[in-house]
Each structure stands twice: as C-alpha cells, then as structure tokens.
Design a protein around this ligand. Sequence first.
Ligand code: SF4
Ligand code: SF4
Length: 434
Amino acid sequence: MSAPNRPIPAFDRQGELSQSERIDVAMRSFVRDFGWTAALHVESCVRCGLCAEACHFYRATGDAKYTPALKLEPIRRAYFREVGPFAPIVRALDLVPRPTTGDLERWQELVYDSCNMCGRCTLVCPMGIDIAELVRDMRHGMFVAGLVPERLALMDRAARQWGSTATPGEDLPDILAEVSERYGVAIPCDLDRADMLVTAAPAELTEHTKALAGAAKILDRAGVRWTMHREGFDASNVGFNNGDVELQERLTRALIDTAVKIGAKTVLLPECGHAYGAARWEAGKWYAGEVPVRVIHMTEFLDESLAAGKIRVRRIGESATFHDPCQIVRRGGLEAAARRVLAALGFELRELQDHGVTGFCCGGGGGVVSNVRSAPLRARVFEMKKAQVEATGAKHFVTSCGQCRITLEQGAKATQWTKSPESLLELVADNLVD
Ligand code: SF4
Ligand code: SF4
C-alpha cells in the first residue's frame, strides 16, 4: 500500500524544551550574538526596500514576506526588548511584543528555507547592513532553541558523530580506493607527511566522484606532494550553515589541525562555496586571527597552477557562461580567478546578465538545497537563472561549486532542461595536456 500524501510540515522542532523555554533560549542567543555592529545594523535600517529587489526569493515570488529587511525581525525584537537604550520601557509597556512560539516557527521558514546567506541584499543596502551575516546570527539562536529544519538537523547529527555528513572517517580509505580504481588515478590517504592536505565536499564522495578524480589528476600533474586524511577531509561545514557554531569550530579545526600535524603548509578546499566561507574567511575566529596554514579554494589552485606553468590545458574554443557561486565570488572575492581559468581553456565567455559580485544565487546555498521543504521555492529561483543562461546562447554552462551544481542539476532535471552545469575543475582535468 502506498504511503498517504502528507503535507510537509512548515517547521520542525528538536529536543524537549517547552515553548516558553524555546523562546527564552532563542532570545538569549540573539542578544548574546549582538556586537556593536549588529546593534548598529538593526538601528540603521531606513526601510527603503532596496534589498527586496536584490533578493531572488522576493523577485521570483513577489511575496513581501521574503523582503530581506523583514527577515531581521527576530533580531530587531530581541534588540529593542533586551539591549536597546529604552529596553526597560519597551518591555514594561510591551511596545515590542515578546515573540511567541508561532513567531519562531514562522521565522524558521524565513531564515532557513528562504535565505541562502548569499549577501546580494547586503551589497545594495545603502546603510551597509549585512543581512546575510545577521541571518547567520539568527540561525544560531534558532539552532540552540531546537528549531532547525529536520533535514539540516539530521546532517548536523551526522557531522557531529562522523566529522562529515557523507561518511565516517574510517570509511574514507575504502571510498578513495574505489574512486582510484574507477578512474585510474592514485588518491593518497593518511600519509604521515605531505605539503598539501586535500579536502572534499560530501558530493565528491558520492555522486560527484569524477571531480575528486579530476583533482587527483591535476595535483599529480602539478607535482604536488599531497594527501587526504581521515581525521580532516569534509570541508563542507554544516555547522556554518545551520548556526551550530560549536560544530563549525570543530569541523574547521579538524582540517587545519590535521594539516599542521602532517606538516602541510596548505589546505586545498574543494569546489564548494560554504567550505570557502567557513575555512578561508572564518577560521581566524578559532586561531586568534592567525591561521597556521594557507587555505585556498580549488579555483585559486587551478588559476595559480596554470599561471605558473605547472599544468597546461587544451583550448576548447567554444562559448561558455559562468554561474558565480556567492560564497566564492561575492562573499569570497574570487571573481577574476575563475575567468582566467576559463580564458586558459579558450572559452569565449558570455556573461550572464547578472554576474560576478552581482550574480544571483543558485537558490540552494546555505543548506537550502538539502532542505526538502524549500524545493518549490528553489524551482522558482531556478527559472530566473535558466532564463539568464538561455539568453547568453552559450554552449557550456560552468560553475565552481558542487552545491550550486547539485541545485542547478535538480532544476534542470525538473524542467527537462537539456543544459547540464559543468564543473570548472572537471573541465581542466579533462583537457590537461603535457
Ligand atoms: S536596503 Fe538596507 S536600509 Fe533599505 S530596507 Fe533593506 S536593510 Fe533596510
Ligand atoms: S542573503 Fe541572499 S537569500 Fe538571504 S535575504 Fe539576502 S539576497 Fe535574499
């Protein structure tokens, strides 16, 4: 007998906290995460509405609830009730109402299902309000209150237990041996000494193994002494996305401390946007500002290896367009590197209408791709991206983030779109010449 069609719940809960305890825990966390910058941000919104048009969720649906400024409501309420200069009066007269459990459940959709923390709204805000960063603070409050979409909570539990959402570390050698055999490349694992610790995204250990094999091929051609390591291999960092700050630190330390242990000077991150945000830009939080190794994204490695003549590629000589992953380009600053690699491959680059730092998110960043509840929203966002890609008339559609690829692959499949997003890394690997 087939399972009955149950509606997907609008929110999920974890743990046994009472409703009132959830509210207290979330509010305390919002307040604790306030620095002066956050307070200034909340105070300075002039309600101009410019951020609405910048956000793909608002643009794709026209629904006012997706206006980025409105996503700051939980923090705004926490600020005015608990921290602001008139907080005692605000509380006494209940000028800003204390949130209800219903509010928190409604906010779960706004901060997890309909925000990629992509920062496009941040870019246009005339007051410089970093909405993406504040959403991250809110996710922390929601996480400690046990109000995370269940799929993300499940991934969090796996990463806490295994150090990865894909596999326990002890299974890594077997997985790598299978990938080695399938593609005929050597993938060293658990070497005692190496110059570079190479990490992976979960998809590269499952459906995107060709990317991992491609990385191995390029690393060998570039003459790098490298290894992967069961003590630190998954760079995707689900803690960064979920608001689980403790897990975020643990996962980042696993990579960097393992690199230090084996004498590696560099941690190479896979084609993954949030890995770059977490390990490249946030690692300093856990190492008093001085990360003991260099952390680079795969795109930087490709760019540097080509520039130094360590690898060479065949010129493909066809047209291509490029999807800029938000965490790598807008938040990470690597706009030019990918374009230099595309140029080395001889592509005639036809830019999307919105590209580079102003490119639209794929709709799956920030864990949204793993959140089944947000599938209909992602589909609306995908239509925007698809229209921009088709308008270029380019033959190839390339990106440098595996999570973007999965999101775009899902969109393509759902709409029977014949174009399939290609990995920049795999294009380089497939076109290496001596
Ligand atoms: S663009 Fe900035 S100032 Fe304007 S409504 Fe949005 S958050 Fe507020
Ligand atoms: S960070 Fe991106 S997804 Fe989130 S509100 Fe801003 S533009 Fe929208």
